[in-house]
Design a protein around this ligand. Sequence first.
Ligand code: URA
Length: 280
Amino acid sequence: MIRLDKYLSNMTGESRSIIKSEIKKGNVIVNGSTVLKAENKIDEIKDEVIYKGESVAYSKYAYYMFNKPAGCVSATTDNTCKTVIDYLKNEQVSGLFPVGRLDKDTEGLLIITNDGELAHKLLSPKKHVAKKYYARIKGNLPTNVEKRFEDGLDIGDEKKTLPARIEVLQNAKTTESTDKLTGKTDNMTGNTDNITDVVISDRSDALPDEGPALFDSEVYVVITEGRYHQVKRMFKAVGCEVTYLERKSMGGLELDDTLRRGEYRKLTAEEINTLLNTLI
Ligand code: URA
């Protein structure tokens, strides 16, 4: 048995306060009768619950979207670092795990669930689930970077990488050596004498919460594999260094930009369907 408001919050991903107000408004029916008390207990397997006119079926699985901060490890336990599970407050965490791994310094979208089958499919090399990253790259990009990523790269594994798509947001072209770019302070004070052809991003939506790198290039990159340090190694293969990496989407599921680093929320039914549909 479980409290009605907790059950509905678990199943719909809505907050307990929203659910309580909907219950008060008479928008919840259990076994044919309107229930006005959030604390009423229901049998989640046998009882039929209708929420705002729609039947809410019981699922033993939980799905969360987590905005991973740097410094957090994609594991369930760790002796020294905070894990993704340490960020889940007041949740039934037993059985939950992150779907795949992001490096300790990578931020952004991580799915957390107890649904092993879904996780297995999302990570299966056969499914080619697309993962989109925002990356900042030290200095400028090689001119043919899009084609090289599209053609596949030798990153030291047995096989080349599968075609990956790059969208260049800003290429921090410089006609002078990168050393000259220590004119960063000059730029801050408005004196650009030292600096030529430097493009500074104005895409505030693409910028992470913090971090320096006024003179980095910025790209979106979409890969369909999940090799170890893959994005960083792909850029290394074209002579570049990734200075910041953030996952923006996975299998059609987009990172909710209202979630701050370290915050999470339940996936909505629609988002779970989006994930399932990308696996068909
Ligand atoms: N590629 C990387 O290099 N690191 C990540 O965390 C994810 C993809």
